[in-house]
Write a protein that binds this ligand. Structure first.
Ligand SMILES: NC(=O)c1ccc[n+]([C@@H]2O[C@H](COP(=O)([O-])OP(=O)(O)OC[C@H]3O[C@@H](n4cnc5c(N)ncnc54)[C@H](O)[C@@H]3O)[C@@H](O)[C@H]2O)c1
Length: 254
């Protein structure tokens, strides 16, 4: 098992990429905390991930968590330590764009703060309070979630682009800061990946429909991103750090 004996904390693990990652981690022997704001999907994802770990020593549990709220994050970490004793892997996954986004002159200010609070503050808070636990565990891996929008121009989504660019930058500085503690910090930059949320966006967003046509190998599925997360969480990636790695069907090179 590639993640035998490891404990992972996955934010937004109730749906899409986060749920696929929770299932893959458990299948590879990890014990997983699904820190998710939606109790219904969080509970279901934990049950699915728990089943995947039936023969591998993997496990999962759900705890209702708002990654933008300091006390909620601290509570989820406390419960994870109580249940599994440590944390080795942090996957800062909670986030995502909405149809409210737009060019900077048109996007509502509320949408800007929504992105800042969810994607950026969420990544900041979970890193702030989980990394000390990873240090106590003797090192491990932080996997942030950036996006192709941090690597190429995608007009019409300036709030989301701003936070995903910030996460890519923060990934590099965190990698340098925590290397002495044997912590790798990387970010994944997916392009259009068919979570339920993105399937809905695809129906109504002309920007996403246009960019979808330049995916060389078809659109992504959550499992494609989850498989890279397994590599980044496992010791196979022992000297990979500070990288923003695309899982994007070649969309950033055409
Ligand atoms: N799907 C894509 O096309 C795509 C592309 C590039 C990057 N990403 C990034 O990947 C990540 C996951 O995307 P997805 O499409 O799987 O999203 P999703 O909407 O399917 O899943 C995100 C989960 O996060 C949860 N969540 C929302 N707010 C939360 C909060 N405050 N605290 C805790 N949990 C919260 C949601 O309930 C949901 O279950 C996001 O960071 C997104 O920006 C996705």
């Amino acid at each position: 098992m590639r993640l035998e004996g490891k404990v992972a904390f996955i934010t937004g693990g109730g749906g899409g990429i986060g749920r696929a990652t929770a299932e893959r981690f458990s299948e590879e022997g990890a014990k997983v905390c699904i820190a998710e704001i939606d109790s219904k999907v969080g509970q279901k994802a934990a049950e699915a991930a728990h089943l995947k770990g039936k023969n591998t020593g993997g496990d999962a549990f759900f705890i209702n968590t708002n990654v933008s709220d300091e006390e909620s994050v601290k509570n989820a970490i406390k419960e994870t330590i109580k249940k599994y004793g440590k944390i080795d892997i942090l996957h800062n996954n909670a986030g995502g764009s909405t149809l409210e986004d737009g060019p900077v002159t048109e996007a509502p200010i509320e949408e800007f703060w929504r992105c800042i609070n969810l994607d950026l503050l969420g990544t900041f808070l979970c890193s702030k309070f989980v990394i000390p636990e990873i240090i106590k565990a003797g090192g491990g891996s932080v996997i942030n979630m950036s996006s192709n929008v941090a690597l190429m121009a995608l007009p019409g989504r300036d709030c989301y682009t701003a936070v995903k660019g910030a996460i890519a930058s923060m990934t590099r500085s965190m990698a340098v800061e925590y290397a002495p503690n044997k912590i790798r910090v990387n970010a994944i930059a997916p392009s259009v990946t068919l979570s339920d949320r993105v399937k809905k966006l695809l129906d109504s967003s002309t920007e996403i429909q246009t960019i979808s046509k330049t995916h060389l190998l078809g659109l992504g599925e959550p499992i494609h991103v989850a498989d890279l997360a397994v590599y980044l969480a496992s010791e196979e990636s022992n000297i990979t750090t500070g990288q923003v790695i695309s899982v994007d069907s070649g969309v950033t090179i055409v």
